[in-house]
Design a protein around this ligand. Structure first.
Ligand SMILES: [Cu+2]
Length: 145
């Protein structure tokens, strides 16, 4: 086997390995949305209401007792929540992939989404609507206690 063919084979195997590993990681990540980490709205109207405001570039969460957190949403397992979501400026889009929750944040308008987190843990959330220079920094965590 000459050198050229050898390098071609090494590249071929390396590319297949990289694509295979990332496909597997992506598959697991995508499936996590259906692993019952959170339950979609169950019709229970007694949910805890959290006001969510997206802005360039972060998320503010206001809880019923008036306290706020930034880029961190703190929830209790097995409690139904309703997020009432708006924006201070441009359109943002709140996405919590492992909960299967995604909702637009639009200036002058509110959108609602209800769900019940079931499994304690720390999950990621992010803005998935390009909203300017630091869009990529518009991420945080969801802590379920
Ligand atoms: Cu955004």
């Amino acid at each position: 086997m000459n050198k050229k063919v050898k390098y071609e084979l090494i590249w071929l195997v390396a590319v297949i390995a990289i694509l295979g590993i990332s496909a597997l990681a992506n598959y697991n990540y995508t499936l996590s949305a259906s692993k019952n980490i959170a339950q979609p709205y169950n019709g229970d109207p007694s949910g805890v209401v959290i006001n969510v405001t997206g802005y360039q570039w972060g998320w503010q969460f206001e809880y019923p007792n008036g306290t706020t957190t930034t880029d961190k949403l703190i929830l209790m397992a097995n409690v139904t929540y309703t997020l009432i979501v708006t924006s201070k400026d441009v359109i943002h889009d709140l996405y919590i992939p492992q909960f299967g929750v995604q909702v637009y944040a639009v200036y002058g308008h509110t959108n609602e989404v209800s769900f019940t987190p079931l499994v304690p843990g720390t999950y990621i959330m992010e803005c998935v609507e390009y909203c300017g220079e630091y869009h990529y920094e518009m991420r945080g965590e969801v802590v379920v206690l």
